[in-house]
Design a protein around this ligand. Structure first.
Ligand SMILES: [Zn+2]
Length: 255
């Protein structure tokens, strides 16, 4: 059964036939939404696909509320330099991500689509995705051309815009990875993927500015957690989830 939006239109690219898709009028106004996450350690209590699952589900929930949005299949892998030493983390190289984004943009452009929003669920992807978007746009122009304007590319990093509101809900000393916030969201989104018996509180040394300069997280956090995962609740998760979805809905309406 295909996922439909509030107007009864299909939401997922994979549910369309090529004829159905090509028959949609005004294709340059269609908004493609590409979720990207990571396959990465998330402590002893959350599964490796936590970021990919959040990006995918939040994209689907937001797309259902805005007409004319088509969700592309999630890119499950991401750029995970800090957490590589934990068993199971599988990182793409920066070069691969650059090429992947450029290829997707090129193909959408070829079919006459002109709007793509990348929804990023993994903090480690932020920098490389920003560069990838610019690189993809530059790749659409011929040598010597300055015309980058006829394809609209947007990037939204999931927690970025709501970090102030999220901070108010945190009961632990800090948060950041596989933490109180992320575990709460997972309890609301996919409780079967959470084992609260193994959710602990651990912090990497230093303030957040220092923490994010750590290159091997395993040397700073035995569990792979930065935060108080044990303080996560589904109620808190539902609130944060609504903020995340609401933020993406507002963005999708604006573009
Ligand atoms: Zn995560």
């Amino acid at each position: 059964m295909a996922l439909l939006n509030d107007a009864g239109q299909k939401v997922l690219l994979r549910d369309y036939t090529w004829e159905e898709l090509s028959g949609i009028p005004g294709r340059e106004e269609l908004k493609f939404l590409l979720p990207i996450g990571a396959i990465e350690e998330h402590g002893p209590h959350l599964t490796l696909h936590t970021d990919a699952l959040q990006a995918e589900k939040i994209s689907e929930m937001a797309a259902r509320r805005v007409p004319g949005v088509i969700v592309m299949p999630v890119i499950s892998y991401g750029f995970c330099v800090d957490t590589m030493n934990y068993c199971g983390t599988v990182s793409l190289s920066a070069e691969t991500i650059l090429m992947l984004v450029a290829d997707i943009v090129k193909n959408l452009y070829r079919h006459g689509f002109r709007k793509l929003l990348i929804y990023n669920g993994h903090g480690g992807n932020n920098g490389i995705l920003d560069a990838s978007l610019k690189n993809a746009l530059a790749g659409l122009s011929g040598p010597g051309e300055h015309c980058l304007a006829d394809f609209n590319l947007y990037l939204s990093n999931s927690y970025e815009k709501i970090s102030g509101q999220v901070r108010e809900l945190v009961k632990g000393r800090d948060y950041g990875h596989a933490c109180e916030i992320e575990t709460s969201v997972m309890l609301a989104l996919a409780p079967e993927a959470v084992n609260m018996d193994k959710a602990v509180e651990e912090y990497m040394d230093g303030d957040q500015d220092t923490v994010w300069r750590v290159r091997d997280m395993q040397s700073a956090s035995k569990s792979g957690i930065h935060g108080a995962a044990n303080l996560a609740t589904p109620e808190k998760g539902a609130k944060i989830l609504e903020m995340l979805v609401g933020n993406l809905v507002a963005l999708l309406k604006k573009i």
